[in-house]
Design a binder for this molecule. Structure first.
Ligand code: NAI
Ligand code: MG
Length: 335
């Protein structure tokens, strides 16, 4: 059966790296069909709506969504889209790759981030002139489902779990989060390490290999995973999966990169690895592995975009990956 992928390029480099990923997906033998829909700053300028209702509905109906990035309207686009696909978990792997200069090349982390509440619940207000507030929402239900997801993800892969929290300050909200994690761990007979998120940030820089899966509340996961991008060679490398109930939305961790947008030199790696996560989510495991391996070989042997010290274009890197996909497929057939 063919899976329908809704493609939302968005703004900036989203329009460069998403077509690159579609080109690579089409070069696999996975049975996919593609449709595209608009979202972001450009459509907001034309219509006043950063996320047209039709895009939301089509995202909800698709088997998977491949998303690039949105600019100033990012929060108005990505938060409802994650909701449209029924996602409550944002999975962000951050690994060092052979061939890529990295601060900590041995890094191999996966952030499992709660992505429906916390300070991203959107309850912000300017309550008086010069005074603004936000309401941090933490519920037992959302904490339980992310904890169950995180422990299961780690158990499936034989990985340890570190839980990031700040219960010494946010006693009620992170208190409830950590207490719920503890309950879920007890039910499953699982072990975990609880780490204060500020101290954890230091440790991720000094010794990232001390951790494997990091289960985090919303904001902490956003910040710590960008920190991890810095450890492994930059934002051009980090993919992410927004998953949960059934659908899924796959996107690079980075934004629209306005400083390089339009130049054709954005690193497509983060989006290609997101496409591999999309294939895995749809059960096309062989194609997922093939895309991941062809992307890793290209990181190891080049060509590289300027963020990795090379001078190749997005297109040249993408063609190198497509070429390696073809060669690996041929090798498999010949065996
Ligand atoms: P950014 O991720 O767009 O860029 C940060 C730095 O990383 C820049 O120097 C950029 O050139 C570099 N970079 C990012 N992606 C790259 C790639 N594929 N290849 C090479 N270099 C890359 O973050 P920034 O500058 O904070 O935000 C820019 C815009 O993106 C803002 O309007 C923001 O709202 C939006 N944004 C959207 C997100 C989303 O749609 N999910 C996520 C983060 C930011
Ligand atoms: Mg971010």
């Amino acid at each position: 059966m063919t899976d329908e992928v809704l493609v939302i390029e968005g703004d900036g480099v989203g329009r460069e790296v998403v077509p690159a990923a579609v080109r690579v997906l089409e070069a696999t033998d996975a049975p996919l069909s593609f449709a595209s829909a608009p979202a972001g700053d450009a459509v907001a300028e034309r219509t006043g709506e950063p996320l047209p209702a039709e895009t939301y509905d089509r995202a909800a109906a698709a088997d998977a969504v491949l998303f690039g990035a949105a600019g100033e309207t990012a929060a108005d686009v990505i938060l409802p889209l994650r909701e449209a696909v029924g996602s409550f978990a944002n999975v962000r792997p951050a690994r060092g790759y052979p061939g890529v200069d990295a601060v900590r090349p041995g890094t191999d982390l996966v952030f499992v981030r709660e992505n429906t509440e916390g300070v991203y619940a959107g309850h912000e207000a300017e309550v008086a002139d010069g005074v603004a507030t936000t309401t941090r929402v933490v519920t037992r239900e959302a904490s339980r489902r992310i904890a169950e997801f995180g422990f299961e993800y780690a158990a499936d892969r034989g990985l340890s779990v570190t839980v990031a929290h700040k219960t010494n300050v946010m006693r009620a909200t992170d208190g409830l989060f950590l207490e719920t994690v503890e309950t879920v761990a007890e039910e499953r007979g699982a072990d975990y390490e609880a780490a204060l998120m500020d101290a954890l940030a230091t440790e991720l820089v000094t010794d990232p290999t001390a951790h494997e899966v990091i289960l985090t509340p919303n904001l902490a996961g956003d910040v710590l995973s960008d920190l991890a991008a810095g450890l492994v060679g930059g934002l051009g490398l980090l993919p992410s999966a927004n998953v949960g109930r059934d659908g899924g939305l796959f996107e690079p961790v980075h934004g629209t990169a306005p400083d390089i947008a339009g130049e054709g030199v954005a690193n497509p790696t983060a989006t290609l690895l997101s496409a591999a996560l999309l294939l895995e989510h749809l059960g096309h495991d062989d194609a997922a592995t093939a895309v991941e391996e062809a992307t890793e070989t290209t990181l190891a042997e080049g060509p590289h975009t300027p963020d990795l010290g090379g001078d190749a274009t997005t297109e040249a890197v993408t063609e190198a990956v497509v070429d390696r996909l073809g060669r690996e497929a041929t090798t498999v057939h010949e065996q």
